[in-house]
Design a protein around this ligand. Sequence first.
Ligand code: HEC
Ligand code: HEC
Ligand code: HEC
Length: 185
Amino acid sequence: MLLVLACVCAVALAAGQKWLAIAKDDLHDPQSPGVGVLQEPAEALGALGAQVPDAVGNQVRWVQALDRGLIQPRTNILPETKVNLRTTEVLLVNTAHMGLVKFPHRQHTAWLDCSNCHGAVGLFEQKAGATKIGMFRVLAGEKCGLCHGAVAFPLTECDRCHSVKRDGPEHAAFNGALVREAGSP
Ligand code: HEC
Ligand code: HEC
Ligand code: HEC
């Protein structure tokens, strides 16, 4: 028990040291009067980063923070806006030697509306396998790269997207299809 506590503290300490002070982050002008008014990232993110730490990005595992109820983001500004959750997972298979990419709808629609990706914005077709994506576009900040590396976990985390081993058990669980319900046997 003591060991567990010690580990948790070590994680918290390590996490607390990761966020650079605003005056020292090489992004803000240290002479600006805004420095000292803005909340320090370590103060804003430290508690979350200790509970659901991430080694990359802003050091918080946001999907876990939401799933565990550690944050309750406001779902709507206008009262008529409804959260529309979709729970299918889509395999994107043009990945050369890399693992297949599993796109999970639930983790996205918990934060985002269908119209952020489908319809007029034209990011992705609503038909599995119909969109031309490709790593080059993603790295150029298009498609998945519009958010990943900007507001969601960075593109250096290859395996978080390329998570399904070709012909491995999880691939087999799709039964030859590109789409299935998350968590279905
Ligand atoms: C973050 C972006 C994103 C959001 C938000 C999103 N989707 Fe998708 N959707 C995708 C991607 C990527 C695919 C796969 C496209 C492909 O394979 O060409 C897809 C595929 C689909 C498909 C075909 C596969 C399937 O699941 O049956 C449907 C239908 C679909 N989306 C509906 C929706 C609906 C309805 C919503 C809102 C509740 C939604 N999507 C929200 C990215 C998104
Ligand atoms: C945010 C999700 C994401 C991350 C992170 C990611 N990829 Fe990809 N990758 C994709 C998608 C989506 C495709 C296209 C799949 C499709 O169209 O069927 C792809 C395709 C590829 C391909 C196939 C060839 C090509 O040019 O499209 C390679 C190789 C690849 N990725 C390598 C990597 C490597 C190496 C990393 C880590 C440095 C990485 N990817 C990180 C989503 C990602
Ligand atoms: C409109 C913005 C947006 C687009 C486009 C987008 N994502 Fe995401 N994605 C997010 C956000 C926000 C999260 C949650 C925060 C995080 O994990 O960093 C997320 C989380 C994820 C997760 C983590 C799920 C988990 O359980 O931890 C995966 C995997 C993922 N995205 C893959 C993809 C792939 C593959 C594509 C392209 C086919 C894509 N995303 C396109 C915004 C987006």
